[in-house]
Design a binder for this molecule. Structure first.
Ligand code: NDP
Length: 316
């Protein structure tokens, strides 16, 4: 097959921000209908432990999005010194509270707190993050349950851009419980042939080059470049890394004034795991960072919360 070049195939920018706005508007309409029919407003409770500034920003975005969609977002912030027993008691209160449809614990938790035990304490019917073993099991069994928001956002993005999945070879770099593994389960469910790569994978570039759909969830700046990408592949960048070095910004985004201005204003620039400038020259479609996968995570959390609420209110 003749290799594709940029001139032969323009690269589609997969606009996660736009798709997320669409999804959020749809959720808001459904919430209004639910309330109009005498239903209860869906409620999301977020538990945040310690004052990690990045976590605070994410939690703020989630609860604000809830409010905008007509749901009730509530945050309980606990000191980093909180005991596991107190956290368990708080989760139990949310489990027992009928106005709470979705519960999420903002990760990471401070060291010493047992993430797994706490996640397992959440009522699976309120586990809108999809991290409870019951929901993880349902995902791999192909049964209904809550799917983690980031990978399900990726699937929704691909669906809304009419990117067919059946029979495609999907390669995921990263095997975390919150992104890589559920991403693999969902792509498998959509009939992809799936390869999962990680830090011990040999010949990473060679495997990545086989991908029709390449998903990067590594957490390393511009880790995958053109050598990892088959011309014409669809490239999904889940990574969110921050760079502060002007020379690095210039190397990754030569002549990009907007990013230089962001660096000057904020002291950092958000970049993905993909070398966007060079990979977008050969890919058929790619998600940018920011405005790619990130906004979809919040939107899918709303979708899950609405679904949890409908189910808990006895609606389909
Ligand atoms: P983790 O650190 O939990 O997982 C990273 C994965 O990358 C691991 O499986 C690791 O392999 C693999 N990896 C590390 N180094 C290499 C290497 N040299 N070669 C191949 N694989 C490697 O990260 P997360 O999954 O939580 O997050 C990944 C990225 O996605 C981060 O940048 C994070 O910020 C971002 N993220 C974005 C979200 C969004 O909404 N857009 C949501 C969640 C995360 P191993 O298992 O062998 O250690």
């Amino acid at each position: 097959m003749t290799p594709l070049t940029r001139r032969e195939t323009a690269c589609t920018l997969l606009d996660g921000q736009r798709i997320a706005a669409e999804i959020r508007a749809e959720v808001a309409t459904e919430v209004a209908q639910l309330v109009g029919q005498g239903g209860r407003r869906p409620g999301l409770a977020v538990l945040i432990v310690g004052a990690d500034p990045a976590s605070r920003v994410y939690v703020g975005a989630k609860t604000r999005a809830c409010d905008k969609a007509g749901m009730i977002g509530r945050t309980i912030e606990l000191e980093a010194t909180v005991s596991e027993a107190e956290l368990e008691a708080q989760i139990d209160r949310f489990n027992d509270d009928d106005t709470v449809d979705g519960i999420l614990i903002q990760l990471p938790l401070p060291a010493g707190l047992g993430n797994r035990r706490l996640l397992e304490r959440i009522d699976p019917a309120k586990d809108v993050d999809g991290f409870h073993p019951y929901n993880i099991g349902q995902l791999w069994l192909g049964e209904p349950g809550f799917e983690p928001a980031t990978p399900s956002g990726v699937i929704e993005l691909l669906r809304r851009y009419d990117i067919a999945l059946a029979g495609k070879h999907a390669v995921i770099v990263g095997r975390s419980a919150i992104v890589g593994k559920p991403m693999a389960g969902l792509l498998l469910r959509h009939h992809c042939t799936v390869s999962i790569c990680h830090s011990r994978t040999r010949d990473l570039a060679e495997i990545c080059r086989q991908a029709d759909i390449l998903v990067a969830a590594v957490g390393r700046t511009a880790f995958l470049g053109p050598d990892h990408v088959k011309p014409g592949a669809v490239v999904i960048d889940v990574g969110m890394n921050r760079i502060t070095d002007p020379a690095e910004v210039e190397r990754l985004y030569p002549g990009d004034r907007k990013r230089r201005a962001t660096l000057a204003r904020r002291g950092e620039v958000l970049v993905g795991d993909i070398d966007f400038t060079r990979v977008s020259a050969i890919a058929s479609a790619i998600t940018p960072v920011p405005r790619g996968v990130g906004p979809l995570t919040v939107a899918m959390l709303l979708v899950n919360t609405l679904r949890a609420s409908r189910l808990r209110q006895g609606l389909k």
